[in-house]
Design a binder for this molecule. Structure first.
Ligand code: IPM
Ligand code: MG
Length: 372
């Protein structure tokens, strides 16, 4: 039976980079004989323009039925005056919540070809390979009560609730321990347990969970220190696990260490390995429509999608040899090959490179994929 993939390009540069990922998917289908049926939907600002809401019931239904979702990016100045409950970002947050995509995997890997593009010295980042495991459906992003209220004296007060249940902490810890076990065997849990009770519980539950993972070396770090350590000596980390908001911040920081946030894919998975795959970067409205955006993070997100959600029976990188896994490997290799050939979009440009636009970068990947 064919696999179902839903394509949600979103706003800003989303549609442009999605077009390149779909080219790569066509090439991969051809080469590996993949049987994937693609449906398309609107999300974010594009959906607000069409339906008045950032995620329509129809699109949500398509998402529920899909084995995997390839997501572009949402948001832009056009929708900045939307009320909080109807902002483009809500479409993304709703998809995460409705599909229970609690496990967000954000690898920060330095392509050796791009060592010079990092804002850190090459020796600090050479060989960098960190996986941030971010809890994605709880914490302060979703905690209730939330809002802005008016106090007795007429002053307004904004408030959010930072809350985690033991079961939520346990399941994300499990994902992180499993990932660490398959990688370098080290897990750093990031919290603020010197100040916040909720993250004190986080630390307790992670420690309890570690009993089943004697082969994984567990450490703990306060989030402020973790931010500092990421820019001081990032290679000390293997896998990091943390809550929703800390993970949002630390993953941007880790991404930049690799030279360009335009290179990094991410996966958001639920218990059934159904997943949504998106670049870590945003919709970059300032360069939208200019054929300038780097499509490689979107293309690498497609590779992750094939590997984690479409390869039957495979979970978190078990190295199975199915066609989808072979296709994922080939796409990742094609990306590395185009970098070897010197192709660069402006965000990763360096002296002497072959500067190309979005479409030409996509074409170069397809070329490498078909003529490997
Ligand atoms: C991310 C983004 C989102 C988040 C926004 C767009 C809602 O920054 O995926 O990191 O905060 O989670
Ligand atoms: Mg973010």
């Amino acid at each position: 039976m064919s696999k179902q993939m839903l394509c949600l390009p979103g706003d800003g540069i989303g549609p442009e980079i999605m077009a390149e990922a779909l080219k790569a998917l066509d090439a991969a289908k051809l080469r590996f004989g993949l049987d994937i049926e693609i449906s398309h939907g609107l999300v974010g600002g594009a959906a607000i323009d069409q339906y008045g809401v950032p995620l329509s019931d129809e699109t949500l239904a398509l998402a529920r039925n899909a084995d995997a979702i390839l997501f572009g990016s949402v948001g832009g100045p056009k929708w900045d005056d939307q009320p909080m409950a109807n902002r483009p970002e809500k479409g993304l947050l709703q998809l995460r919540a409705e599909l229970d995509l609690f496990a967000n995997l954000r690898p920060a890997i330095l392509f050796p070809q791009l060592a010079e593009a990092s804002s850190l010295k090459p020796e600090l980042v050479a060989g960098l390979d960190i996986l941030i495991v971010r809890e994605l459906t709880g914490g302060i992003y979703f905690g209730e009560p939330r809002g802005v209220r008016t106090l007795g004296n007429g002053e307004r007060e904004g408030y959010n609730t930072y809350v985690y249940r033991e079961s939520e902490i346990r399941r994300i810890a499990k994902v992180a321990f499993e990932a660490a076990r398959k990688r370098g065997g080290r897990l750093c849990s990031v919290d603020k347990s010197n100040v916040l009770e909720v993250t004190g519980l986080w630390r307790e539950v992670v420690i309890a969970e570690s009993a089943g993972y004697n082969d994984v070396e567990l450490s703990h770090m306060y989030v402020d220190n973790a931010a500092m350590q990421l820019v001081r000596a990032p290679k000390q980390f293997d896998v990091m696990v943390t809550g929703n908001m800390f993970g949002d911040i630390l993953s941007d920081c880790a991404a930049m260490l690799t030279g360009s946030i335009g290179m990094l894919p991410s996966a958001s998975l639920n218990e059934k390995n159904q997943g949504m795959y998106e670049p870590v970067h945003g919709s970059a409205p300032d360069i939208a429509g200019e054929n300038k955006a780097n499509p490689l993070a979107q293309i690498l997100s497609l590779a992750m999608l094939l590997r984690y959600s479409l390869a039957d029976g495979s979970s978190l990188a078990d190295g199975s040899s199915l066609a989808e896994v072979a296709a994922a490997d080939a796409i990742e290799k094609a990306v590395s090959d185009v970098l070897d050939k010197g192709y660069r979009t402006w965000d990763i440009a360096s002296e002497g490179c072959q500067l190309v636009g979005t479409a030409a970068m996509g074409d170069a990947v397809v070329d490498c994929l078909l003529n490997a």
